[in-house]
Structures are given as structure tokens and as C-alpha cells.
Write a protein of this length. Structure first.
Length: 375
């Protein structure tokens, strides 16, 4: 069951037929895309090579771009088959794009203004990918050369922390509390300090504000499965319908097409969203401390944050000592994980060896950096 994903199409070798993502609802669009892709399959050998899944992004893509995407994917499959014939097992026949290039493939589009990398090799890989897969993005690539670390310069660390926090402030004074569990995700809407006059008017304003933010947080955190939202209680049935309408409109921007089922008998709103990869929390190995209402980052996440800080402070110095808690030191020395590789890359980047010291006075995840005199 092999799938080769492109920007707009997914090629399924040896699986004939054309499937259209549900998110493309317009009958005319579905018929047009089906006919176009079926003609591409016929040109490629009448389905003997395989079939296609048409992604949501294909709806607004010119026919020529879809043809080019299809040709690339079919050509890639033929290269794989050729490599198989000329290889002896075990052998790598094809390696998919890395995380950066996957992001370009899945999220690149006309809304992109800049694509910034702070590593020459990563930039070269992105350029090579864009030249073949997304030529329109090539001109937006640039290398970050400023004195600050890339994440620090653009506030990415703070944005990641905000995206991991279970508490999300709403513009009108209310808030969301997001609790992810293996069975479901519960989102509680609170009025907080919001004041819209009467209680029902305040509840209505907060709920409408929350509906938009709930949809954004679901996409941002890649929350999937069953999602239950406990909006502030309102009696007005027309206002309930307005809340559901706002939620559905906000969810319409999500390529995974969440289904807003509606209110349950208990007054909760149910949403279901297809699973597509790990959630942001699971990607970063983050747990949730329900008592403290805080995200608890994994040891590796803390260790990588420490190395980023070392890079930021260690340029042009003679020596660097990283004093850290046991979880950070152990993660950087764990040969079964990526910590040692990240440490070596950091040392190569700075051109010096980093001294690691265990400091039992530091709490889990904490670290201090001592630097020598400039060279």
C-alpha cells in the first residue's frame, strides 16, 4: 500500500482509479478534476501504473500544474521500479522528503512571503525540492544570517510555548482550556473577565469569539478524533444556531474537513476530525500537568532548547560549559535518541567542544551557560 504524495495529487502505484478528497464539495469541481486526472492516468498507460487521490489544494490549481505534478509522481514510481531491478536487498529505493520539505509540500502556496533557513544545507535541500516540486516558491528562499538565532529573531519559541499551553486567551476577555486525552479532547470555554452587559449577551459574545479560536487551535495543534466543546451556557436557540454556524464556517478553512456534529443532550458541541499525523503535543513529547494547567516538555525538548541557547551565546568564544539538570544531560548522552547527534552538530557549528556539567541544584529542564573569553 504505497502512496507517493505531491503538492496536489497522491499517486497510488498498482491501485487504479481516481478518488477526490471530501473537502472538494462542488459537483462541478469534482467532475472536472475526475475527468482531468482520469485522462492523465490513461496517458500514463491506462491505469497499469496506478491511480490518484486528488488533494483539496488541487481545486484551485491550473490544469497544467496538475499534469506536471502527475508526471513527476509517475516518473518517481518508474525510477523506484528501475532501482528495484538494479538493486540487491537490503537497499534503499527511495527516501521521502525530510520535515522541512514536507512542510513546503503540504503548506506552501501563494500566501507564502518568505522561507527562511539558518543552515546552508537545509536551504540547499529546500531549494532543490522547490525547483522540482514547487518552482513558484524558489524565489522566497533566503538564508538567515543575523546575530540572533532564527527562532529567537521571529519569536518562534514563544509561539510554540503558546501553542502548547492548555490555556488560550480570547480577545474579548474569555478563555479556552484545552485538555487532550487518549479518548478525546475537551475544550472548555470560560467568560473570564469578559463583560458584555447582561450575562446572556456576554456568553453569546464569548462563544462566538471562541468558535473561531477553537477551529484555529484544532488546526494549529493538529488535534484529531473526537473533540467536545463546552461553550458557555445560553438559552436562546437562535444564538446556539449562530454559534454552530460560526464554528462550521471557521472549520471550513481546515483541509482535513472537521465535522461539526452539533449540540448533545448535555449541551456540549461535538466535532470529529480525521487523524493525520501526530498532534503538536505528541510531536514534541509534551505531557499536560492538569493541576498546574501547564505543558510539561520532554527531556529532549529541553535539551534541544539548551543547545539553541548555546548556539546563540557561544559564537566567537573560546569555550562553552553547559550546566544543566539531569534530564538535559542524560538526553544529550542518550545514544538511542537524537541528543548526541544534535550535540555534535552544535559543536561543529561553533567550532569547539562543549563541556557538559550536571548541576543538581537546577530543576528539571533548567540550564545555565558559562562562556570563556572571545578568541
Amino acid at each position: 500500500n504505497i502512496n507517493l504524495a505531491g503538492a496536489d495529487l497522491v499517486f497510488r502505484p498498482l491501485q487504479p482509479g481516481v478518488s477526490i478528497f471530501r473537502r472538494i464539495e462542488n459537483t462541478g469541481d469534482r467532475e472536472r478534476l475526475t475527468a482531468l486526472v482520469e485522462s492523465l492516468v490513461a496517458e500514463a498507460g491506462g491505469g497499469e501504473e496506478g491511480g490518484f487521490i486528488v488533494r483539496t489544494a488541487a481545486r484551485d490549481v491550473p490544469d497544467e500544474a496538475l499534469k506536471a505534478d502527475a508526471a513527476r509522481l509517475i516518473g518517481r514510481w518508474r525510477d523506484i521500479r528501475h532501482a528495484r531491478v538494479n538493486s540487491r536487498a537490503p537497499a534503499l529505493l527511495y527516501a521521502g522528503p525530510g520535515p522541512g520539505c514536507r512542510a513546503l509540500r503540504d503548506f506552501g502556496g501563494p500566501w507564502i512571503k518568505k522561507i527562511i533557513a539558518d543552515d546552508g544545507q537545509a536551504l540547499a535541500e529546500a531549494r532543490s525540492f522547490c525547483e522540482t516540486e514547487a518552482p513558484a516558491l524558489t524565489s522566497f528562499l533566503e538564508l538567515h544570517t543575523g546575530p540572533e538565532m532564527l527562532f529567537e529573531a521571529y519569536g518562534v519559541e514563544e509561539q510554540i510555548d503558546a501553542a502548547l499551553s492548555p490555556v488560550v486567551a480570547l480577545g474579548g476577555g474569555g478563555s479556552l482550556i484545552i485538555s487532550q486525552t487518549p479518548a478525546l479532547t475537551a475544550i472548555d470555554v470560560n467568560t473570564g473577565g469578559a463583560d458584555g452587559g447582561s450575562r446572556q449577551r456576554t456568553a453569546g459574545a464569548v462563544n462566538l469569539d471562541a468558535a473561531t479560536e477553537v477551529a484555529r487551535q484544532i488546526r494549529l495543534r493538529n488535534i484529531s478524533g473526537l473533540i467536545v466543546v463546552d461553550f458557555v451556557s445560553v438559552r436562546d436557540e437562535s444564538l446556539k444556531r449562530e454559534i454552530l454556524k460560526a464554528l462550521r464556517e471557521a472549520c471550513a478553512a481546515d483541509s482535513l474537513a472537521p465535522q461539526v456534529i452539533g449540540y448533545t443532550r448535555m449541551g456540549l458541541v461535538e466535532i470529529t476530525r480525521p487523524r493525520h499525523g501526530l498532534s503538536l503535543r505528541d510531536h514534541l513529547g509534551v505531557a499536560w500537568d492538569g493541576r498546574a494547567l501547564a505543558a510539561v516538555k520532554s527531556p529532549l525538548t529541553h535539551a534541544l532548547a539548551a543547545l539553541r541557547a548555546v548556539v546563540n551565546q557561544g559564537k566567537g568564544v573560546a569555550q562553552v560549559t553547559l550546566r544543566a539538570s539531569s534530564v538535559v544531560i542524560e538526553s544529550l548522552g542518550d545514544a538511542s535518541g537524537p541528543g548526541p547527534v544534535a550535540l555534535k552538530e552544535t559543536e561543529d557549528r561553533l567550532g569547539l567542544a562543549i563541556t557538559l556539567l550536571l548541576d543538581l541544584d537546577l530543576a528539571a529542564g533548567e540550564y545555565d551557560i558559562d562562556i570563556g573569553k572571545g578568541r
